[in-house]
Design a protein around this ligand. Sequence first.
Ligand code: AKG
Ligand code: FE2
Length: 338
Amino acid sequence: MSVSKASVELPILDISQPLSPSSLSLLADACRKWGFFHIKNHGISKDIYNKLHSFSNEIFSLPSETKLKIGPLSSLNTYTPHFIASPFFETLRVSGPNFLASAQSSADSLFNQKSPHQFSEILQEYGDKMTELSRKIIKNILMSLGEGFDTKYHESHFKNCHGYLRINNYTPPETLGEDEEPEGLGMHTDMSCVTIVYQDQTGGLQVKSSAGDWVDIAPCDESESESESDSEALVVNIGDLLQAWSNDRLRSSEHRVVLRRPAINRFSIAFFWGFEDEKVVSAPEEVVGDGGKRLYKPFVCSDYLKFRENDERGKFEKVGFTVRDFAGNAITKDFEEK
Ligand SMILES: O=C(O)CCC(=O)C(=O)O
Ligand SMILES: [Fe+2]
């Protein structure tokens, strides 16, 4: 296994402000080279994360039989147990736009009664914030691609996007050797347009460079920087849908999560924001640019999701296939590392 301790320097963008031309250019570079960047001043406090973390712990600490009431063989199917994506990973899905109803139906089944609403209410607030942030992020990415692209494409292409949350719990094996770094979540690309990830201070998220090396995306605690906010910067990454829509001008990078010593649980929340099912994904002429080659055949969004989700493993792990295999024309451009 290749072990890399190098950590990539990603821009940290202040999402509460309109981005300056120099920040837009940092954003464009990061999206082309890594498909990853950080955002700060996103308006979600540490207090919210602490609450989400402790409620989630309560759920993940329930006996397996209880959790399986909402597992893959149940009608709800919001919980994915260990040994599907990896032996060390379990996850709870909360679907939007009614995050409250989705979280509440899982909680009610788990606790076998009408349970208190606080967890669901916080998830509604969190989901709404993520939705708003995703819109802002897409707008900024469009601005970074070309002048006037946000007004041209934001409404016409992205207004029906929608999102869901996954709350992830990584439980490493109790004995972990010094150089042992088992995969908590295997290499994959996201099927979204953009994904917003909160990772706790444990670390272990890695992105593959265009040269093929794994590099760390270190947790970035804003409260340690000069920022006034009391929260951590969030990780944002480009998903396959936006890579195809942008004709590879934006990169959907392979990434994974490795587990390290000390062998403690790792907690993360990912928000996936993507096109509506029926959307035909096709890069606009102007995005492809004069003389540019079209790298993907137009495809229907849900057909790609089905292609990836045809079995439970394919959703998470070691995807042999990405959007390039699904809709790519023979000639695909390699991402330059500049
Ligand atoms: O747990 C993380 O930090 C990342 C999770 C992830 O990549 C995913 O859920 O797609
Ligand atoms: Fe991911």
